[in-house]
Ligand binder design. Structure first.
Ligand SMILES: [Zn+2]
Length: 245
């Protein structure tokens, strides 16, 4: 099929990401008009279709996570065959992974296509973003994660309120990674504003906070240690606020 672009980026709420891709692939791979009943459709729903490799990160993507993809793409496809790589939670691609992918995303071997999935356009590495056709699928319930969690780390939250939030939250490790990305974007925008207004105190605070946030992205968050991580983040931010007051 010649009219399929090498790379797409679907921006969709997390709950709809999977269905969005399956519906799209059905429109290409099902020969009976997305029938939901043929072998092809069933294989798509179980992600077992022979023309599909679906990647989902444990936490952040590592280069090891991309091994299978590179192995597959080194094989030449049969004439007129198509193959799709789906990269779920594409905002969790590290810069190293994005760099490793750049060349094949830009000019994949004949028949190979990439579909990057995310709910968060701004958190996608720009070099990947710029090589994709972007399709945005919106619903009323976007940004829920940011609304629920981020406010605890953006507003001044008193310790008691924070501990109550912490005891009740069911945030997962991979959602924390998204949260950190969101906070980095938020505080970087703040930093740019403070640079413009010349507010030295606020500028230094934001610079230290961003340094800390960037450091946290260098390490995996151990399964089960998400709440401890959030508590440390909260305490560190409070300490910095006091230090720069
Ligand atoms: Zn079908």
């Amino acid at each position: 099929m010649t009219n399929i672009h090498p790379a797409y980026l679907f921006i969709t709420p997390e709950t709809q990401a999977e269905q969005t891709v399956i519906t799209y692939l059905q429109s290409i791979l099902c020969e009976k008009n997305s029938c939901n009943e043929c072998m092809s459709c069933k294989q798509l729903y179980t992600k077992q279709h022979p023309s599909l490799m679906w990647l989902k990160p444990e936490n952040r993507y590592t280069l090891d996570d991309l091994d299978e993809l590179f192995k597959k793409i080194s094989f030449t496809l049969e004439e007129s065959a198509d193959f799709f790589f789906v990269i779920e939670q594409a905002h969790l691609l590290s810069a190293a992974c994005a760099n490793a992918l750049l060349k094949i995303v830009e000019e994949p071997p004949r028949g190979y296509h990439f579909i990057f999935l995310s709910h968060h356009l701004q958190a996608i590495v720009p070099t990947i973003r710029s090589r994709c056709i972007i399709k945005t699928i919106t619903t009323a319930q976007t940004n829920t994660l940011e609304n629920i969690h981020a406010k605890n780390f953006i507003q001044k939250t008193d310790p008691q309120t924070f501990l109550t939030y912490l005891s009740k939250t069911t945030i997962t490790e991979s959602e924390i990674v998204i949260l950190i990305d969101f906070l980095i974007t938020h505080y970087t925008q703040q930093l740019l504003q403070k640079t413009a207004t010349g507010d030295r105190k606020a500028y230094n605070f934001l610079q230290d906070l961003l340094k800390f946030l960037h450091q946290t992205t260098q390490h995996q968050i151990m399964p089960g240690s998400g709440k401890i991580f959030l508590k440390e983040l909260y305490l560190h931010k409070n300490n910095l606020e006091r230090l720069h007051d």
